[in-house]
Design a protein around this ligand. Structure first.
Ligand code: ADP
Ligand code: MG
Length: 271
């Protein structure tokens, strides 16, 4: 049964921040799983050669499995590479293998190098594999893989860690998004800021939170993801926190964040 509004068109969200360790992968897999658990059909595209999103979703990413690398080369389609996650029905993942590591360089000489993923995601190509949501997990850089993710998407989700230097580098990220908007994908919007690893015991966390809310206003979700051991343990078991510890604060926070995202995007429509 579907408990959340179904979007009136397929929403493609890129989770980006060139800083490593801010919660991109964790947010990608848990938001995706939260939406899937509530009946929506969700695809995660792992665009980081580390393959952390694939691992967390219980999807194989040995070098020999069909992956996003072959998709970018145009050798196979998204549907050929998508594997079912062990974490939920309706949840699929196009894994990243180590082959992807060389692709930033290989892409440089390719035709339409910035639009390879967009091309692969065209709805005609996805026929028979129709999903409500696509989440793209970006690597910690602003290279061609991240550009491909931004060109393919309608929305950017920016996770921000409630820590020192949280806002450092954000200007660079936003100006890269503007470059993509003006040259490659005018439809792209920054739709969502997600505060992660919030530790209520520190003053700093509240300072970062209010600074972000002041700067981004409504774009920042009301839900803040707490720092939680359960969230960080889950991927070690090939799980999302939603199955690893369903009742935990971390799990509830990702369910709430997913609900906010679903409700914002659907403009009041219900399934
Ligand atoms: P990124 O993809 O941006 O590099 P990750 O999602 O991999 O960041 O998170 C970096 C590290 O922080 C990982 O070890 C992850 O398990 C941990 N982590 C992420 N979110 C939380 C959280 N809310 N509480 C505790 N640890 C977290
Ligand atoms: Mg990551």
């Amino acid at each position: 049964t579907i408990q959340l509004p179904r979007p009136d068109h397929r929403r493609i969200l890129t989770v980006a921040n060139q800083k490593g360790g801010v919660g991109k992968t964790t947010s990608t897999v848990n938001l995706a799983a939260a939406l899937a658990l509530q009946g929506l059909k969700v695809l995660v595209i792992d665009l980081d050669p580390q393959g952390n999103a694939s691992t967390a979703l219980g999807v194989e990413h040995r070098s020999s499995v069909p992956s996003v690398y072959e998709v970018l080369l145009g050798e196979i389609g998204i549907a050929d590479a998508a594997a079912e996650s062990t974490q939920s029905q309706n949840l699929f993942c196009v894994p990243a293998t180590i082959d992807l590591a060389g692709s930033e360089i290989e892409l440089v000489t390719m035709v339409a190098r910035e639009a390879r993923l967009k091309e692969a995601l065209r709805s005609e190509v996805l026929d028979g594999f129709d999903v409500d949501y696509v989440f793209i997990d970006c690597p910690p850089s602003l290279g061609l893989l991240t550009v491909n993710a931004m060109v393919a998407a309608d929305e950017v989700v920016i996770p921000i860690q409630c820590e020192y230097y949280a806002l450092e580098g954000l200007g660079q990220l936003l100006s890269n998004i503007e470059l993509v908007q003006s040259h490659l994908n005018p439809a792209l919007t920054v739709s969502t800021i997600l505060l992660t690893m919030y530790d209520g015991r520190t003053k700093l966390a509240d300072q970062v939170t209010s600074e972000v809310r002041e700067h981004f206003g409504e774009l920042a979700l009301r839900t803040v993801i707490p720092r939680s051991v359960k969230i960080s343990e889950a991927p070690g078991f090939g799980q999302t926190v939603l199955t690893y510890d369903p009742g935990s604060r971390g799990s509830m926070s990702y369910l709430d964040a997913a609900r906010e995202i679903a409700e914002r995007g659907s403009e009041g429509k219900t399934a």
